[in-house]
Design a protein around this ligand. Structure first.
Ligand code: AMP
Ligand code: FES
Ligand code: ZN
Length: 311
């Protein structure tokens, strides 16, 4: 197979596009897919200060790399979740990446800074681990971004992630979640804009990007996620994609093009009645926000001062 762009021997095949790419043209393809996503969904401008949420995995490290190459002012934020055998090496990968490129990485550690970890937080708040984890991460992304004056938080959710989440939301017809499943969520009083610039790139492409760029990443998936519903949806979509290349992208892109009104009213209603949490200042509709409740139940302290960029 030859490179679609320059006709040199191809090293990566993207079946969805029925195309092969040589190394340099593939890296260019990834950058241009990010540029297109940013432009199409008006994710951010050249002067925005971007906070990239980096887990140490392939997607978020590739995202940080691409955003810096495209000229964005992008710092990283790593959250240590206190997951045995997983959080340690993930943090190492994020730190090594930042150090090698002279980039700034902010860090928050759940056990050291808040006095709980994903497992104890989930047990105390009677949630599954991924729910306690997601709640904690979203809260910390928002607080660090707002306090640090960042315009936007970027996460490494890719096309496979978003299509799997979409399938789950559609299977339950969960309109509130569908409304929040946009590649851009506008900011508001007390919370930053949130963007997913990798929505046009699949999981395999991000792994290939890291390999071709020599980016070391945490290959192991989180041990607590094993067997969860989301992974089941991913597997189901992979079976469909295998038979019909492009099905995943058309499922997700069709939602963006034609399903955009789904849940719009629900989203607007959710933003009404927001007020600052008396404990941590985050916008909430309850007396105390869900994060503070979780941390208090887990015996930790939600009022910790967050790291602010030194620059
Ligand atoms: P996940 O929810 O694990 O699928 O991760 C989705 C995205 O959330 C990643 O691509 C990162 O941008 C971000 N993320 C996940 N885990 C962390 C973490 N420990 N610290 C900072 N960002 C994270
Ligand atoms: Fe959150 Fe695994 S990364 S539970
Ligand atoms: Zn709170």
């Amino acid at each position: 197979m030859k490179c679609r762009v320059c006709r040199a021997p191809a090293v990566v095949e993207v079946r969805r596009h029925n195309a092969g790419f040589c190394r340099d043209c593939f890296l260019g393809h990834c950058r241009s897919q990010v540029e297109r996503a940013v432009k199409e969904h008006r994710m951010m401008g050249p002067d925005d200060r971007v906070l990239v949420a980096v887990s140490g995995g392939k997607d978020s490290l590739a995202l940080w790399d691409i955003l810096v190459e495209l000229g964005y002012r992008a710092d990283g934020l790593y959250i240590g979740l206190g997951i045995d055998g997983y959080s340690g090496p993930s943090g190492e990968q994020a730190r090594a990446f930042a150090r090698a490129r002279g980039l700034e990485l902010l860090e928050v550690d759940l056990p050291a800074d808040y006095g709980y970890d994903v497992r104890s937080g989930a047990a105390a708040d009677r949630r599954v681990p991924c729910s306690a984890c997601g709640l904690s991460k979203r809260h910390i992304f928002d607080r660090v971004a707002v306090q640090g004056g960042y315009d936007v938080v970027a996460t490494g959710h890719n096309l496979d992630d978003e299509a799997a989440v979409l399938l789950g939301n559609v299977l339950r017809w969960d309109l509130a979640y569908l409304a929040r499943q946009r590649p851009v969520l506008p900011g508001g009083e007390g919370f930053p804009r949130k963007v997913k610039p990798l929505v046009k790139l699949g999981e395999r492409e991000m792994a290939a990007y890291c390999v071709l760029k020599g980016i070391d990443y945490q290959v192991e998936e989180c041990p607590m996620a094993a067997g969860n519903r989301h992974l089941g949806y991913k597997e189901a979509l992979n079976v469909i994609e295998e038979r019909s290349p492009g099905a995943k992208a058309s499922f997700y892109n069709g939602f963006l093009e034609r399903g955009s009104e789904l849940g719009a009213g629900t989203a607007a209603a959710e933003r009404e009645g927001l007020h600052p949490c008396p404990s941590c200042g985050a916008p909430t509709t309850s007396a105390v926000c869900a994060f503070c409740k979780l941390v208090e139940k887990a015996g930790g302290d939600p009022r910790r001062r967050l790291p602010v960029s030194a620059r």
